[in-house]
Design a protein around this ligand. Sequence first.
Ligand SMILES: NC(=O)CC[C@H](N)C(=O)O
Length: 321
Amino acid sequence: MDKKVTLAQLKEVVQEAYDQVKTNTGGKNADYIPYLANVNKDLFGISVCLLNGQTIHVGDTDYRFGIESVSKVHTAILALRQYGAKEILDKIGADATGLPFNSIIAILLENDHPSTPLVNAGAISACSMVQPIGDSAKKWDAIVGNVTDLCGSAPQLIDELYKSESDTNFNNRSIAWLLKNYNRIYDDPDMSLDLYTRQCSLGVTALQLSIAAGTIANGGVNPVTKKEVFDATLAPKITAMIAAVGFYEHTGDWMYTSGIPAKTGVGGGVMGVLPGQFGIAAFAPPLDGSGNSVKAQLAIQYIMNKLELNVFSNNHITVVD
Ligand SMILES: NC(=O)CC[C@H](N)C(=O)O
């Protein structure tokens, strides 16, 4: 069913979601990365990017927060661009782990396979694959350039977060070297881990993330800059990965209750992709027990349900003047 909504009606729904969720006090900031524990817990913003490039934003959508695991999507796209869909499936995979994002057991259970670029193991593996192999500075330029193209503007490294995370990422160090043991790291393990840690420390806004989501929803063409960032054939691949594991061990519950493939990060960001319709992002630091922003989840669920949209239904909206 195709439903016509005006931009004003859509704005009203986003504003309602914001008003309903703003006072929620559930969850708490990530504290295993010291920087994140100190971010203002009351920050909250929602941004929607339509495929004609219009954006709707409410709340703190210009605040730069740590992109964290949402960056896994961006770098998976870069790896897909550089290697193609088949090689990424063979070398990393596109599977759900059903386990927490930083699980070591998942690597062992999957016969040494990192499962997907959207959990820590696969993301470190993806960073190792970024070309040119062996050149950390050029790899970093490629990672940042790709994030910039997807978001339509540049991210900024949050130095304090990078330092905080580098000083405490012992679990990820184990993952990098375990993967090396299984020949699943395709460059120097310490360099690959450092690139991963640095990309997680990029500061982005909810507005930027909604544009990145809009680029995926729009088949690889950035709706705002109109630049073709990646080939349209890769869009369903990356969305399939997000749908399979975007909320880690709670991905099934998330898809069931929200109907939108979305990826979370412990900085409090969530980025959702509704193919052919829009990209959405919400940001609020307090997290549930699995590291997913409580308010961002509620806000996106509210909007999807209110508009009666679902990636598994036949409902569409057309935004009219
Ligand atoms: N879920 C996340 O956002 C985790 C990202 C964080 N940089 C980590 O590796 O632990």
